[in-house]
Design a protein. Sequence first.
Length: 142
Amino acid sequence: MLHSDTELAALLGQVKTIAIVGAKDKPGQPVDRIGRYLMEAGFTVIPVHPKRTSVWGLAAYPTLADVPHPVDLVDLFRAPEYCPDHARETLALAERPRGFWMQSGIISAEARGLLRGSGIIVVEDRCLMVDHARLLGGGANG
């Protein structure tokens, strides 16, 4: 699903809280670099990982359903075959996020189909850090 720079900038300009699914603070991994970037850019980052209790010094939650407050964006660092389950999990949240972002290399037609018509913007195969820095200059909401 392609989005214009205007659409992506509008989405990112509204985001304050990001749940990172598959969060790990393992140096050298893209998820670590991007998670740290997002925190430095001023976002509230919520790590989601089934086995870790903390990531980046922050409390981690085993599932999106366990996060104790609403999130604006779900950022996925999971293989495509897991994305439909995360889409279902996202749809079951009491307050749905504005966006469901699958990082570079991650495409899931099934997840996209599940979220179609939900009001959640689906982004596939794009790096959240690269797009944020390019469109909003590195600071949260500009």
